[in-house]
Design a binder for this molecule. Structure first.
Ligand SMILES: [Zn+2]
Length: 302
């Protein structure tokens, strides 16, 4: 497997081992004296499945379920039908001492953050579609601040949208999602506009991944138009298992990490409430041009 030495690789010797392609030149196959290490015993299907699952998770692919499910291998691979399920009815669980350690990492809390108009909702909807395409059930949430007539809708600028559950600041998302699982299996939870989560709700979502063993993927802005972290984003940056930056670019071509809020006549606003849900009044800029836009540069002397 060529990716075994890539920057995202996890335990290259194991991965190449899992793929069945030993690499004679790999220094990891040589002992301290330069002699070749003894070849390990052939892996079982259970080992192969565990390595595949770990590999795709560590790559942080939102399409990990589909990637795993379409990978080559016998259809009877353990956990193949649902790698997120804490209980796999297809086989007897391993004794804890023999259980692959990656089994404990099956559900994570993800935070994908970006400036405005980077395509967060598009990515969310695409990932949710991938789950549904495989016969799995994603659960979508968006902030009640975006509700239209009390109905939640996650919409992308490129014209796709999906209905979503609404969350309010006072909601307990752990209890709400647990109730959903009692009505039917939930394979993944997606949260749009995650910057509006309260810090406590971020912890509730962490419990969903830790205790309900359901992956939670949050998408949101990192900072507001003043350059300050949103409370929900700050908590996610603090405790999420996987952080992923979705890139967009400033008008100068550099990576845009900041947003400015503009009035309808194009003036840059430097004061106001943190929460404003009108996307059209935000522009993403790089840090350098953001400082200039909000009047922090050039610095005027006394
Ligand atoms: Zn710029």
């Amino acid at each position: 497997m060529p990716a075994s030495h890539g920057r995202n690789s996890l335990q290259p010797s194991r991965l190449s081992h899992a793929a069945g392609t030993a690499e004679p030149t790999c220094p990891r196959t040589l002992g301290p004296s330069g002699k070749r290490l003894p070849t390990p015993s052939p892996p079982t299907n259970r080992h192969l499945a565990a390595h595949r699952v770990a590999f795709f998770y560590e790559l942080d692919r939102f399409t990990c379920p589909s990637s795993t499910r379409v990978s080559s291998g016998p259809a009877s691979l353990p956990g193949r039908h649902n790698i997120h399920s804490p209980v796999d009815p297809g086989h007897q669980p391993l004794h804890p001492s023999r259980r692959p350690r990656y089994a404990l990492l099956m559900a994570k809390l993800y935070f994908s953050f970006a400036a405005m108009n980077a395509g967060k909702s598009t990515l969310l909807l695409q990932a949710a579609y991938n789950y549904r395409e495989r016969g799995m059930r994603p659960l979508l949430y968006t902030s009640a601040l975006y509700a239209t007539d009390g109905v939640g809708l996650i919409s992308s600028r490129i014209g796709i949208s999906e209905p979503a559950e609404l969350y309010r600041a006072e909601d307990d998302l752990y209890l709400a999602i647990r109730d959903h699982t009692e009505a039917g299996k939930v394979d993944c939870v997606f949260v749009d506009e995650a910057q509006f989560l309260t810090p406590e709700q971020v912890w509730q979502l962490a419990r969903v991944s830790d205790r309900l063993r359901i992956p939670v993927m949050c998408f949101g802005l990192r900072t507001d138009f003043r350059g300050k972290l949103f409370p929900g984003s700050a908590e996610l940056l603090a405790i999420a298992d996987v952080l992923r930056e979705i890139r967009t670019i400033c008008e100068c071509g550099a990576k845009a990490t900041m947003v400015v809020r503009q009035s309808p006549d194009g003036r840059v606003l430097v004061e106001g409430e943190q929460v404003s849900i009108e996307k059209s009044v935000y522009v993403s800029l790089c840090r350098k041009h953001w400082e200039e836009a909000v009047g922090r540069w050039p610095v005027l002397g006394p």
